[in-house]
Design a protein around this ligand. Structure first.
Ligand SMILES: Cc1cc2nc3c(=O)[nH]c(=O)nc-3n(C[C@H](O)[C@H](O)[C@H](O)COP(=O)(O)OP(=O)(O)OC[C@H]3O[C@@H](n4cnc5c(N)ncnc54)[C@H](O)[C@@H]3O)c2cc1C
Length: 473
């Protein structure tokens, strides 16, 4: 029996630019493997729900290419299960795309240790990032802490090129052990909101959908630079979910978008701005690799003693999307119904929690982690720290978004608020009503939203706390 080429899927559900998959195919008949392990189940429910869709789309495409064989799904911990699998099949290497989240890093080390006695190894491959962090260092050899010089250095170095796509016909490993049937998996069984609502508002998933979305976005990208902050318009790419589960690689996005700039130079400003956003994603990952506790510990040490409020009634209102501030509630309801939220609104919502409500950014981070279908451990942590003022290159704490002014500026006709907020004005939109279908029975939220906020009080309390903390008040 020829040993298989083992490909351990994590967050790289794609056939294009997947060096780990390519290496496994080169090695022997393919055995694609996915673990239902503790690390996966510790991730947020919406993110697991989205990952299941990615897994199913990948599995269907793999069956097409192998004429019938899908992903082997094993329930349990990789470091416990892989040694037996290698003994059984005779394989000596496991290929994985490096997803450098801290929990995965720990598991990679455990797997390496477990494979050593068999003279076998876990081989990590690139593809999750534009380039390896070792390639983007400051003059002193450190990690960049400020975005603009980071972006300059990355552009000067140039992102890695995508590798060729996997072949249309792939020979599968003939005798795979049995695993969990794909139709039996239900990764988000514990989701505390309407699974069916999320499904109704889902964007198409899978690699083909990701590539189509990118092409479609680039066809209409001319207004991106001016309109990307407008939640009432559909002006951004919507690629974050696809990137979060690896249905498209950032290197592919970069290569295709750069090609468009060459073909249609008139779109170059807009596409350059879009690529700069992709560099924010990269910056977040390089920072997380350099500082793995970024989701738990303030990046700036001095913020460890900031007097954040812990769980409190304001936080409960915020997490139910019922604060009485229109743009904040609209954004949080959009997230409940769709798993998505516009970037400008994420900033306003996060600012409102950490400043007007003076509540610990880690509570907001955890709520987003559980609710976002595009959850990304690096982007989520960096952005929460950025808004709270304790992160690298952060917005200073005293810069407090006024949600009403933000709404006037970025939702000038109120279309976004009307879409998501029943009772705000006129007849409620279907999306606004869908929010009520997501509520657990114990929550009482009025169907007739009313404004009730004291923005001035929140702002003054935040600034007082900040000045006392700095010792200048
Ligand atoms: C508090 C907070 C939490 C966030 N949590 C996440 C998260 O968990 N997952 C996530 O993918 N993004 C997160 N973001 C960043 C951003 O809001 C989303 O990436 C963006 O809304 C996705 O929409 P898009 O794909 O249409 O973006 P586009 O404007 O089309 O941008 C293209 C791509 O660039 C990247 N990008 C854009 N903005 C940022 C940013 N500020 N930081 C890092 N990468 C960025 C994304 O990969 C995005 O898909 C967060 C932002 C804030 C303020």
């Amino acid at each position: 029996m020829t040993p298989p080429g083992i490909f351990w899927l994590t967050r790289d559900f794609r056939f294009q630019d997947n060096p780990a998959l390519a290496a496994a195919i080169r090695q022997g008949p393919l055995l694609a493997l996915f673990f239902l392990d503790r690390q996966l189940m510790a991730q947020g429910a919406a993110s697991r729900w989205r990952l299941e869709r990615a897994l199913k789309a990948f599995d269907a495409e793999l069956r097409r290419r192998t004429q019938g064989q899908g992903v082997l799904i094993l329930k349990g911990e990789p470091d416990k299960l892989l040694p037996d699998l290698l003994r059984e099949t005779g394989a000596r290497e496991v290929h994985q795309s490096d997803w450098p989240a801290p929990e995965m890093r720990r598991m990679q080390i455990q797997v390496q240790d477990a494979l050593k006695p068999l003279n076998a190894a876990l081989i990590l491959h690139p593809g999750h990032l534009l380039t390896h962090p070792a390639n983007i260092r400051t003059g002193q050899g450190g990690t960049y802490r400020v975005f603009t010089p980071f972006a300059r250095a990355l552009r000067a170095f140039g992102p890695d090129r995508p590798v060729p796509p996997a072949p249309q016909r792939i020979s599968p490993f003939a005798n795979p052990p049995s695993g969990v049937a794909i139709k039996d998996i239900d990764l988000a069984h514990d989701m505390k909101r309407g699974n069916s609502v999320l499904t109704r508002y889902a964007l198409p998933s899978g690699e083909t959908a990701a590539l189509d979305r990118l092409e479609d976005f680039l066809d209409h990208a001319a207004g991106y630079a001016d309109q990307r902050d407008r939640p009432d318009l559909d002006a951004t790419s919507g690629l974050s979910e696809h990137l979060a589960v690896g249905e498209i690689s950032p290197r592919t996005v970069w290569a295709i978008a750069s090609g468009r700039i060459r073909e249609r130079p008139e779109t170059s400003d807009a596409i350059a701005k879009f690529l700069s956003e992709l560099i924010w994603r990269e910056f977040a990952w390089h920072l997380l690799i350099d500082f793995p506790p970024m989701a738990k510990v303030p990046w700036r040490d001095e913020w460890a003693s900031f007097p954040w409020r812990g769980p409190n009634p304001d936080f409960a209102q915020w997490s139910r999307a019922d604060t009485g501030v229109a743009l904040v509630d609209a954004g949080l309801r959009e997230m409940r119904v769709t798993g998505r939220m516009h970037n400008r609104v994420r900033m306003v919502v996060a600012s409102y929690l950490t400043k007007h409500f003076l509540t610990d950014w880690r509570l907001g981070l955890a709520h987003f982690q559980d609710s976002l279908t595009d959850w990304d451990p690096a982007a989520n942590a960096m952005n929460w720290q950025w808004v709270a003022g304790c992160g690298p290159d952060a917005s200073p704490f005293f810069r407090i978004f006024n949600p009403e002014k933000q709404a006037k500026q970025f939702d000038p006709h109120g279309h976004y608020r009307h879409r998501w907020l029943a009772g705000w004005t006129g007849e409620p939109a279907p999306e606004a009503l869908a929010y009520f279908a997501t509520l657990p029975s114990g929550w009482s939220v009025s169907r007739n939203w009313r404004e009730r906020s004291d923005l001035q009080h929140g702002r003054s309390r935040a600034l007082d706390a900040y000045h006392r903390f700095r010792g200048d008040g």
